[in-house]
Write a protein that binds this ligand. Structure first.
Ligand code: CUK
Ligand code: CUA
Ligand code: CA
Length: 637
């Protein structure tokens, strides 16, 4: 086995040297029509060589001894799988998956009544596209209450409760298409959840102005992170890609790659500079307070005009189709990666008061530095020691650079700000270091979320996994230590120390997650903690039962074909980890019932006959026997 793997590696390395190589091949593919640059990728290839086959010497260990716990929780977005995944860092053991915008066969997410209530109308969509997971803040530190995440596919924002690791709220943002960039207010607390509407559309989008792209607009949205309701929106010029907020609660900034408002690839690259738009949150709130807003279509959300010339925004030109926007953890800069420019633009947050007071001659006066980093810079993360780390998509590298030196260089000093370039495999999108979205960045581990994994893993057919590589950044030199294959497609991650998260091992009986179901039971005169009872209400049948390993409280019930059947199960087991399931054969109904949880699911009884139901979470030596039968009689019987 080992021998074969080595051979494969050798072959691909030989191939790499003989040919222009896969690094430049991928680079070229990824930039077809986007950039006339391939020269730089050749250089990267030479630097890469074959020395990357083993983990670097002298690096921090990723090994977590058996039975011991990881130091960090890592929350990974699951991209267009629509879910969130939880990894232990540094072991990179996948601990849990949290369904959010997807349907989940194991837990019943999307199918249970509890999850349907949370998803609301958007339950009709079985897919989602989760990009940016972010943990709530108090005073610039993570507070472990919530994780928020966007859905690009259906313009949603969801919240995950971190005491139970379940999605508990979801809101569809009006007047926009595609929530892409999502970031949180860091101070005084979250507070607002800010969401970028990516694609400009006619306003309202009801069939008018379809041919007239001059009349397309998009909006920046603030969601109240407690109530999970849209607070207000700001109409902007161009489009919105990624964003971040500052550490004071005053400002946020978003990149725009389509200042041209073009509908073609060529059109979106016409301008040498697009911009970063800076939002003045206080002024927006004041405008809303003063009634200085409009509404769009059926929505009653206040929309403040933030287009050029408005008081609530400023547009700072930066090169070219910029992408990532990441606030440095010292609170000084919004750093916007140039994507089609080899630069990153450092917006000096301390100059924004002057910018909004119109005291600067040129909005570009807020740029404190614009270091040249390499080809295809996308996202930046930090170590809390003055260094920034930017992914170079086309070069397939992480570049470590010193922020202070980059500023000095911009001011004319002859100083080298590049510390190191490290090859990654291949084509990184986001990167993220431990605690690096908060003022507590500890500079221990960095992850490079690579879009391509060609030849790093056993082949599994034409669809390849992504490769999330782990890099030790605790020393002066970045050291690559681990490859983690991941399924479609983590864009971003957030990694926090384990003491920041406090979870419940068993549900509280009065948890709001199933409060609506408890209310229904009460109206039916049912005590969920003890009753096993079938209630008929016209052609609606509600089956209330308890479960205690390895028994369902009801092992036989009768309904009529076509009845709307709701099964409500309360798991009376209170021992941690004794989760039961309910799966009704032939009815597309399955759900999780964890200790002390009440879960419910509704389905239509099929054609007459016997249908077994069974527990589908292994719970007991007699788990196989934990079953029952639904007897479906003819409708007219
Ligand atoms: S985006 Cu995916 S690599 Cu959605 Cu944060 Cu940049
Ligand atoms: Cu109960 Cu398996
Ligand atoms: Ca552009």
């Amino acid at each position: 086995m080992t021998r074969r793997n080595n051979d494969q590696n050798e072959n691909s390395n030989t191939e790499e040297v003989a040919n222009p190589g896969r690094r430049s091949f991928l680079g070229a593919t990824a930039t077809v029509g986007a950039l006339g640059v391939t020269g730089g990728t050749g250089t990267a290839l030479m630097m890469g060589g074959s020395g990357d086959a083993k983990a670097a010497e002298g690096a921090q260990s990723t090994h977590v001894p058996l039975g011991e716990l990881d130091d960090y929780y890592g929350f990974w977005s699951g991209g267009h799988s629509g879910e969130v995944r939880v990894f232990g860092v540094p072991s990179m053991r996948e601990i849990m998956r949290i369904p959010v915008f997807n349907y989940c066969s194991a837990t019943g997410w999307g199918m249970t009544n509890e999850s349907k209530r949370i998803m609301g109308d958007s339950n009709k969509y079985t897919n989602g596209d989760a990009h940016h997971p972010h943990l709530s803040f108090t005073d610039g530190s993570h507070d472990g209450r919530y994780l928020y995440i966007n859905d690009k596919a259906h313009s949603r924002v969801a919240r995950i409760r971190l005491d139970i690791f379940k999605t508990d709220a979801m809101v569809t943002i009006p007047n926009i298409q595609a929530v892409h960039g999502l970031r949180l207010q860091k101070a005084p607390k979250t507070g607002y959840v800010f969401a970028n509407g990516e694609f400009p559309i006619p306003q309202p989008n009801d069939g008018r102005d379809m041919e007239n792209t001059d009349k397309y607009w998009t909006l920046w949205t603030a969601v109240d992170g407690e109530k999970m309701e849209v607070a207000w929106q700001v109409m902007v010029d161009g489009n919105l890609d990624n964003m971040d907020a500052d550490y004071t609660g005053k400002y946020a900034a978003a990149t725009c790659y389509n200042s041209e408002k073009a509908t073609s690839l060529a059109g979106m690259q016409r301008a040498e500079r697009d911009w970063v738009v800076v939002f003045n949150i206080e002024r927006i709130e004041k405008a809303v307070e003063n009634g200085d807003y409009t509404t769009i279509g059926d929505s009653d959300v206040p929309v403040v005009d933030g287009r050029k010339g408005s008081d609530v925004t400023r547009y700072v030109p930066i090169p070219k189709n910029p992408h990532g926007c990441n606030t440095s953890t010292d609170g000084k800069y919004f750093i916007c990666a140039g994507k089609l420019s080899p630069t990153a633009s450092m917006v000096d947050i301390s100059k924004l008061d002057d910018l909004f007071a119109d005291k600067l001659d040129d909005p570009r006066d807020v740029i404190a530095g614009e270091p040249e980093l390499g080809l295809g810079p996308l996202h930046t993360t930090y170590d809390g020691r003055g260094n920034a780390y930017t992914t170079l998509f086309i070069d397939s590298q992480i570049v470590k650079w010193n922020m202070e030196k980059a500023v000095r260089h911009y001011n004319g000093e002859d100083v080298d700000y590049i510390v190191q370039k490290l090859d990654v495999h291949y084509q990184p999108g986001h990167n993220h270091a431990t605690l690096a979205e908060s003022k507590d960045a500890d500079g221990k581990w960095l992850f490079s979320l690579n879009k391509f994994s060609k030849d790093r893993f056993l082949p599994v057919g034409p669809l390849h996994p992504e490769n999330d590589q782990m890099i030790d950044i605790s020393g002066e030199e970045m050291k690559l230590v681990h490859d983690t294959p991941t399924f479609a497609e983590p864009h971003d991650t957030v990694i926090v120390t384990r003491d920041m998260i406090n979870t419940k091992q068993v549900w509280e009986r009065d948890d709001p997650f199933f409060a609506e179901t408890a209310k229904m039971a009460k109206e039916d005169g049912i005590t969920l903690e003890s009753d096993d009872k079938v209630i008929r209400d016209g052609n609606k049948v509600r089956v209330y039962m308890t479960s205690v390993a390895p028994n369902f409280g009801i092992t036989e019930f009768k309904v009529k074909s076509g009845d709307e059947v709701t099964v409500v199960i309360t798991n009376l087991d209170s021992v941690a980890d004794v989760t039961h399931g309910f799966c009704m054969i032939g009815h597309g109904a399955a759900m999780e019932i964890s200790p002390q949880q009440t879960s419910s699911i509704t389905f239509t009884a099929g054609s007459p006959g016997v249908y077994w139901y069974y527990c589908n979470w292994f719970c007991h030596a007699l788990h196989m026997e934990m079953s029952g039968r639904m007897l479906v009689e003819p409708a007219d019987a």
